[in-house]
Design a protein around this ligand. Structure first.
Ligand SMILES: *[C@@H]1O[C@H](CO)[C@@H](O)[C@H](O)[C@H]1NC(C)=O
Ligand SMILES: *[C@@H]1O[C@H](CO)[C@@H](O)[C@H](O)[C@H]1NC(C)=O
Ligand SMILES: *[C@@H]1O[C@H](CO)[C@@H](O)[C@H](O)[C@H]1NC(C)=O
Ligand SMILES: *[C@@H]1O[C@H](CO)[C@@H](O)[C@H](O)[C@H]1NC(C)=O
Length: 450
């Protein structure tokens, strides 16, 4: 296991030319061929791998699973399994709310401790639940729920300070946003460390160079707002007034704070949720690098970006490579595939009738990459259905990879594909249906050149 993991990591890091990208708001297909279901989730790094623990919204808002995925690079995600799954009754029974799961590791006890918001379907319980596990992505034992120090607790986060002291971040609707100290074993809450008397939810706490940054959102339900941060060099006092960090009026690029990942000692990544309240399983992820300097935190929007997870990096992103776009309607059609009008697509046209009973295909040839590299291709598409469509995508003759495409309503979105490209202009991408199903309409491929 460890040998395999070492080889895997060595293999990945030797791909110096890798051009893997985070694409905010896109469909992220994971190893189980479905869109990533880890909403409201937390990240924890163990033995060189990132683990993302979040909510499975496949069947809507009621609790189904707390899922766990792993990745070496924050881009390619492997579905590992569920840490907790729905039971017959109780906190984890039918029609329950289990949100914002987060994990801390306690070195002394050797236990992974999972906290989550536990509630009834009308949000009247307002508690935290605690579970423990022996491995980060294995099964966890649920230990029960409580109101921390008897206060209401809805959106929550966790934070471990440099000295190992754990903290619960908790939205207490009656009083404000709290930081609360955890007991040494992390299983209980022992004291209230700080209280903002402001209505802020979705808390995430970051520490860089001895300074703390608390991020959060205003209270607008599933709808996004301009999220804010406050900073101090002490957890107990000196917190600055809340200020926005994304472009004002952008509603945090249509997202809500969920987690902030430090990268080394001077860089960090914002992990937000773009909730789709009408169909929660189609909610996506807005992850962007933060620019932090002293008390100042800024976040620019990006259609896509290349993470740099080097701990000595002063920025969590690397300059993006040049890209080439290949139009669906300019590609070669097979079966009954043909051009269709598509209002949000470039040129108002897309490749349609891909898949289906006549097995329509669309073949993009002559795709250029200046290096042999694992690269992220963005497939711009339209899917007017209310559930995902799927396509088989064959790159350079390899076996088809099943890719998911979330509903796009009347507009156009992207789905990501991480594939090995050859150096030169002879790469080929074929998109086809799966088992007679319809693939989405294909607007275009956007491919990194270098
Ligand atoms: C969703 O619901 C269907 C139908 O009840 C069930 O078969 C499936 O296991 C559920 N999936 C998840 C991930 O909850
Ligand atoms: C883990 O739990 C023990 C108590 O069992 C405690 O002494 C220790 O400080 C905790 N924290 C960490 C980070 O190990
Ligand atoms: C948790 O901590 C609270 C506050 O210190 C205390 O009243 C309670 O008894 C503790 N619960 C357990 C199970 O130790
Ligand atoms: C990532 O950051 C490190 C440290 O600053 C730097 O040496 C390296 O060149 C960066 N990687 C890329 C691909 O830019």
């Amino acid at each position: 296991m460890h040998l395999l993991r070492t080889l895997l990591l060595a293999g990945l890091s030797s791909l110096a030319e890798a051009s893997l990208q985070v694409v905010p708001g896109a469909t992220w297909t994971t190893s189980n061929n479905e869109h990533l279901q880890a909403h409201g989730g937390g990240l924890i790094k163990v033995d060189g791998l990132y683990y993302l623990v979040g909510e499975d919204k496949t069947n809507g808002s009621a609790f189904q699973n707390v899922n766990c995925y792993s990745s070496p690079d924050l881009v390619q995600w492997t579905y590992v399994g569920a840490l907790l799954t729905r039971g017959a009754s109780g906190d984890l029974g039918p029609n329950r709310v289990v949100e914002r799961p987060k994990v801390l590791f306690n070195k002394s006890t050797g236990k992974y401790v999972l906290y989550m918001h536990i509630d009834s379907s009308n949000y009247g319980d307002a508690k935290v639940g605690v579970a423990t596990g022996d491995t980060v992505c294995g099964s966890y034992s649920y230990r029960g729920s409580f109101r921390p120090l008897s206060h209401q607790s809805r959106d929550m986060g966790l934070f471990a300070d440099d000295d190992g002291t754990g903290y619960l971040l908790s939205e207490d609707r009656e009083n404000g946003l709290r930081i609360m100290k955890l007991s040494a074993d992390y299983l209980n809450v022992t004291e209230s460390t700080y209280l903002w008397g402001d209505s802020i939810e979705a808390p995430a706490l970051l520490k860089l160079n001895g300074r703390y940054y608390m991020f959060g959102s205003k209270l607008t339900g599933w709808d996004p707002n301009d999220n804010v941060y406050s900073t101090s060099t002490s957890l107990t006092s000196g917190w600055s007034a809340w200020a926005t960090f994304a472009d004002a009026g952008s509603n945090t690029y249509t997202s809500q704070t969920n987690f902030v990942l430090p990268v080394g000692s001077s860089a960090a990544i914002y992990l937000g949720d773009r909730w789709k309240s009408s169909n929660l399983m189609t909610s996506t992820y807005v992850w962007l690098p933060l620019t932090i300097s002293g008390t100042s935190v800024k976040m620019a929007n990006a259609e896509s970006w290349v993470p740099n997870l080097s701990t000595t990096s002063s920025s969590a992103s690397t300059a993006k490579p040049a890209e080439t776009a290949y139009e669906g309607e300019a590609a070669k059609y097979g079966g009954q595939a043909r051009s269709v009008s598509c209002s949000g697509c470039s040129g108002g046209t897309a490749a349609g009738y891909v898949g289906g009973p006549d097995a329509g295909t669309v073949t993009f040839s002559g795709i250029r990459s200046d290096a042999a590299a694992k690269s992220t291709i963005r497939i711009r598409y339209a899917n007017g259905d209310s559930s995902p469509r799927y396509a088989g995508v064959r790159v350079n003759g390899a076996a088809a990879k099943k890719v998911a495409f979330l509903p796009t309503g009347g507009s156009v979105s992207a789905s990501t594909l991480h594939v090995d490209l050859k150096a030169g202009s002879t790469n080929e991408v074929v998109i086809e249906g799966i088992n007679g199903g319809w693939a989405p309409d294909i607007d275009r491929l956007i491919v990194p050149v270098s």
